[in-house]
Design a protein around this ligand. Structure first.
Ligand code: NAP
Length: 336
């Protein structure tokens, strides 16, 4: 059976997912669209030759005969759409964040548990990146023994004018927040934020770079540098230091050039390019899981909740300058 997908939010990432489902991936078709800006749906219909039905609201789209819903609207709108979809028993792929508050994440978790099986996957695509998957396998095989410390960096060449200091957490660090607890199979305990000397390349109101020191329940200390005006390129680094050795996220493959007395390798400039393969694998996995087993295996509503609680503590740490606790509820057996 071909999975019938409805898309709520036809902005940048919505269009990318529509493109990959329509032109790259197998087993699904975009049959319904909605956006607060309905003209955007008409454009998308034409651009990708979809012939999808355009619904005036997400409520009407969810009530139609779609099998699954992509929630790719702006973050503040996610929770209500996801809740409606879960209450209607529909599968949901929700771009991060699952919701902008921990309370809303809990409402989604309760609705999903009431339904009785997982319906929601959150769009943390790094778990589908080939390099991070290698790190995960190495951790599962205890290649470096007990992990002790992590050194990570998330660097963008530049960011849009509307990027604010807290977005370093909610838009940027959020990917590390999800990925690192997944790699370590450990929960966060507290976080402290540090503001080094500000780069002159950032707008005056934006604190850049920032460093977050996270401590896990098992005592692993993680430093994540977020530097979004680093100028030189888009660069994601992750190094795990264990008792028996060190593992590091592989660099993006690129030819080495010997020229003019230099030995060099290009660095990517665009985050979309860095994770394009991961997005493809992520969405194909969602489609396959729903079609073949109706059992989702990707990041869950619980992972969305962890990200939300941790991000709140990180934002608080930015202003308090103190070590802020990260307090999670006990994980329900449902998400084991
Ligand atoms: P965007 O270009 O602004 O797209 C959001 C779209 O959703 C816009 O067309 C917006 O319409 C529409 N929308 C807003 N509220 C809606 C509602 N209630 N119902 C239906 N449509 C609604 O933003 P984007 O960059 O695509 O980001 C969308 C989401 O994806 C964000 O949560 C973002 O964090 C996430 N994202 C994730 C990644 C990743 O790496 N996983 C990357 C990029 C984005 P208007 O323009 O009229 O408001």
């Amino acid at each position: 059976m071909t999975l019938k997908i409805g898309v709520v939010g036809t902005g940048a990432i919505g269009r990318e997912h529509i493109d990959r489902v329509t032109n790259k991936l197998a087993g699904a078709k975009i049959v319904a669209l909605t956006d607060v800006f309905l003209d955007a749906c008409k454009q998308v219909n034409e651009q990708f030759d979809l012939n999808a039905t355009i619904y005036p609201t997400d409520t009407e789209l969810i009530a139609s005969d779609v099998d699954a819903i992509f929630v790719t609207s702006f973050g503040g709108a996610h929770a209500e759409t996801v809740l409606q979809a879960v209450n209607a028993g529909k599968f949901v792929f929700c771009e991060k964040p699952l919701a902008t508050t921990a309370e809303d994440c809990k409402r989604i978790i309760e609705a999903e548990m009431k339904h009785g099986s997982r319906l929601v996957q959150v769009g943390f695509m790094r778990r589908y990146d080939a390099g991070y998957k290698q790190l995960k396998r190495a951790m599962e095989n205890h290649l470096i023994g007990t992990p002790l410390m992590l050194k990570c960096a998330h660097r963008n060449p530049t960011v849009a004018e509307n990027y604010t200091t807290d977005m370093a957490v909610t838009d940027t660090l959020i990917h590390e927040i999800d990925c690192l607890h997944w790699l370590l199979e450990d929960d966060y305990k507290n976080v402290q934020a540090y503001f080094p000397r500000q780069t002159s390349h950032a707008r005056v109101y934006l604190q850049d770079p920032q460093i977050f020191m996270l401590e896990t329940k098992k005592g692993v200390v993680i430093s994540v540098e977020v530097f979004v005006n680093c100028v030189y390129g888009y660069d994601i680094q992750c190094e795990i230091i264990g008792e028996e050795g060190i593992i590091k996220l592989p660099e993006v493959p690129s030819i080495t050039v010997r020229k003019e007395e230099q030995l060099s390798q290009a660095i990517l400039n665009d985050w979309k390019e860095r994770f394009v393969a991961a997005y493809d694998v992520e969405i194909q996995d969602f489609i396959d899981c729903v079609r073949k087993s109706k059992k989702l295996t990707g990041p869950s509503s619980w992972d969305g909740y962890i990200a939300s609680v941790t991000a709140d503590a990180c934002v608080k740490a930015q202003t308090s300058g103190q070590k802020e606790p990260i307090i999670l509820q006990d994980k329900p057996a449902f998400y084991a």
